[in-house]
Design a protein around this ligand. Structure first.
Ligand code: SF4
Length: 385
């Protein structure tokens, strides 16, 4: 029988390195780092999530870096000889986490896995690990579990009881796009259904503390359009109560079938996030997003400004009288800025861009073309140099 100590397990972890570089673990997109995926220090397994309370160091790891599937972009795909394969038992992974947590190096776990002996068996190992951490080690902090494609309903429910967040990565926005990215994954039955079940489980068990759901798309490798990505995001926000959609600009990995494809520009990823927030937080309808004929968004300006160029340049919004929903349409004004303007106009008149600056609206140059102040277009201050 093989007996591993905590330090053996930590050595194993360092071999795994930054394997989950391509996976988002928290509330905001992880900080972009170079596209390594295996390196040799424990620090590479730790990611700092941005949270409202400040950065949180989270252990990002996999139960195994071996996989029987063959997603075309993935360094862990079956047959990719350059990848070092490392496998953990639930006990070993839980011990490694406990050791790092006791040393104060991490406060949170993101756990994913390659698929070996099918999704159900693999998911059981992820669940068993989380079970040990929650119930034997009594850890109360952040746990994010990856859901394997096509697992059983009861497994999903158990994972949602143990975790704060679960992710079911759709990778592509349609059946056709997914089949090019991940030939062995089944879009509806194995992936979309998981997200719908998660919503169902939350609805059926309103008194249980259950994980929220997120998904991720690989953007730009197989001709996917922004319209396709946003359509699927919009459906998931409405029909599967998704809390977040991540967009990951495709980057080629050497030795995979996609190694010679061009990387997707980072700016496209940024525009997708901005559009996604308009759908999720600003009450925009999908049809309002300013897609071009190609089905993509402009990358030279953000989607709010692209919309305002079409709709507000000739019909500016009066900041003194506009409803909250209208104010939210103005480029350069976010939700906090809208609240500030509404408060300020109750007690005085906003008739000049300098008044906006005084109340803390910083981006007055950006909004000047789209608003009226005191019934008139605001005068821009001329640049001196
Ligand atoms: S299922 Fe696909 S994406 Fe996940 S580890 Fe295996 S090959 Fe990579």
């Amino acid at each position: 029988m093989e007996i591993k100590t905590a330090s053996d397990t930590l050595t194993q972890l360092t071999k795994m390195g930054d394997v989950t570089l391509f996976e988002p673990a928290g509330d905001r997109p992880d900080k972009e780092t170079s596209r390594r995926y295996q390196s040799y220090s424990i620090e590479d397994c730790i990611t700092n999530l941005s949270t409202p309370k400040g950065p949180k160091p989270v252990l990002k790891s996999m139960m195994t870096t071996a996989c029987e599937r063959n997603c075309n972009y993935c360094p862990f795909r079956a047959g990719h000889s350059k990848t070092k394969r490392v496998t953990f038992t639930p006990d070993n992974m839980a011990t490694a986490f406990d050791t790092l947590q006791a040393k104060g190096k991490v406060d949170g776990l993101f756990l994913s896995s390659g698929i070996i002996k099918g999704s159900v068996t693999t998911q059981d190992k992820i669940i068993d690990t989380a079970d040990i951490i929650r119930n034997k080690q009594s850890y109360k902090g952040y746990i994010h579990l990856k859901i394997m494609p096509g697992i059983e309903y009861d497994q999903l429910h158990r994972a949602m009881q143990l975790a704060d967040r679960i992710s079911v990565n759709l990778e592509g926005p349609t059946t056709e796009r997914l089949s090019k990215l991940a030939p062995k994954k089944v879009f509806v039955d194995e992936l979309v259904t998981m997200l719908k079940w998660a919503h169902q489980i939350r609805t059926d068990n309103p008194h249980e503390k259950l994980a929220s759901s997120v998904t991720q798309f690989v953007v730009g490798a197989v001709g996917d359009t922004d319209l396709e990505l946003m359509s699927m995001s919009d459906s998931l926000y409405h029909q599967a109560s998704l809390s977040r959609v991540y967009y990951s600009a495709f980057g080629p990995v050497r030795g995979t079938p996609f190694e010679n494809l061009p990387a997707t520009e980072q700016i496209r990823q940024n525009r997708l996030y901005q559009s996604s927030f308009l759908l999720r937080d600003y009450g925009w309808d999908l049809e309002e997003l300013p897609f071009q004929q190609s089905g993509n968004l402009r990358t030279d300006v953000d989607p709010k400004q692209a919309w305002a160029d079409i709709h507000l340049k000739h019909a500016p919004i009066d900041l003194m009288t506009a409803e909250r929903e209208q104010l939210l349409r103005v480029p350069g004004i976010g939700t906090k800025g809208v609240d500030t303007i509404i408060r300020a106009r109750r007690s005085g008149t906003l008739s000049d861009l300098s008044h906006l600056k005084q109340i803390g609206i910083r981006n007055t140059t950006k909004l000047a073309d789209y608003v009226l102040l005191g019934g008139k277009r605001p005068l821009r201050q001329l640049a001196l140099f």
